[in-house]
Design a binder for this molecule. Structure first.
Ligand SMILES: [Fe+2]
Length: 293
């Protein structure tokens, strides 16, 4: 089956795209209707293979899940127009209870400022912590860890759970560190996984705000584990990596971090002065530079 280009309205804002760049994942809670969730679980009960790719031939599934307006809109925001739809479906069927899986990056991972594809997960059931939902380490998409080593790690303080309600879809950078959490409940957990691919040159054509002030925006991990995530990096290196990714997504191919106190590092700058290293394409009002708190 050939990958089919698809387009739809983008749904992410500048803030949300920046957030994805830093964290490496985004949750789209409850995106799929309950009727489709139930139908998917019933379909999976009759198709027990680990790669049930034939579900991509089911129009009800493709329309409600693969082309889901909220999830595909997020994909459209990050991969641009005419992105390719998945041609392979993987099913992580998990018998509960079970111990936690090993931390890893999926095979074929590369660490790069480019974003040419996304790994996407669909949870057709309620997936509470007891059922062993996937855990991810925000920001780890920029850390060149070897799966042969990280598989021996135990709990990582910076990790977050993707526990969610039925119908949730989450998008990830393929290189993000992740594992299945320990499951203490009983029954079967379903988790479908598939990839979308970029065809368009990157440009800032998501829901962009021309007034968004990048010059004073601190780009870093968000959420309750923010400080633990930052502790994984040398000072400023997460935001530098995230901004390199963001600049690439904006189509600013020649922007590079110059080093030292240049943007996106945010030292105190007097109004009217201009910090080194800011991509002019992103900053309309250089005079509005403010000291970061
Ligand atoms: Fe994996």
């Amino acid at each position: 089956m050939l990958a089919v280009p698809y387009d739809c309205p983008p749904t992410l804002t500048d803030e949300q795209v920046l957030d994805f760049c830093a964290n490496g994942y985004v949750m789209i809670e409850g995106a799929v209707p309950d009727e489709i969730n139930r139908r998917t679980v019933e379909w999976l009960a009759e198709h027990e293979e680990s790669e049930p790719t034939s579900i991509l031939r089911e129009p009800w599934f493709v329309d409600a899940v693969i082309k889901n307006p909220r999830a595909a809109g997020a994909v459209r925001s990050l991969l641009g127009a005419e992105f390719k739809l998945p041609v392979v479906m993987s099913q992580h069927r998990g018998a509960c209870p079970c111990p936690a899986g090993g931390w890893h990056r999926d095979g074929g991972s590369i660490v790069t400022r480019r974003l040419d594809y996304l790994q996407v997960f669909y949870c057709p059931q309620d997936t509470p912590r007891e059922s062993g939902p996937t855990e991810v380490v925000p920001g780890s998409q920029f850390i060149r860890g070897k799966a042969t080593y990280m598989g021996h790690y135990g709990r990582i303080a910076a990790s977050v759970s993707t526990a969610c309600r039925a119908g949730t879809i989450f998008l990830t950078d393929y290189a993000i560190w992740h594992r299945r959490a320990e499951a203490t409940s009983t029954g079967t957990r379903h988790l479908l996984k598939y990839n979308y691919w970029r065809t368009a040159e990157p440009r800032r054509d998501w829901i962009a705000d021309p007034e968004f002030n990048f010059s004073t925006k601190r780009v870093t991990a968000t959420g309750p584990k923010r400080w633990a995530v930052e502790a994984l990096f040398e000072q400023f290196q997460l935001e530098i990596a995230a901004v390199e990714r963001f600049a690439w997504l904006c189509g600013i191919a020649d922007w590079r971090f110059l080093g030292g106190q240049c943007w996106p590092v945010l030292p105190t700058v007097h109004e009217g002065d201009e910090q080194e290293g800011i991509p002019r394409e992103l900053v309309r009002r250089a005079a509005a530079l403010q000291a970061s708190a």
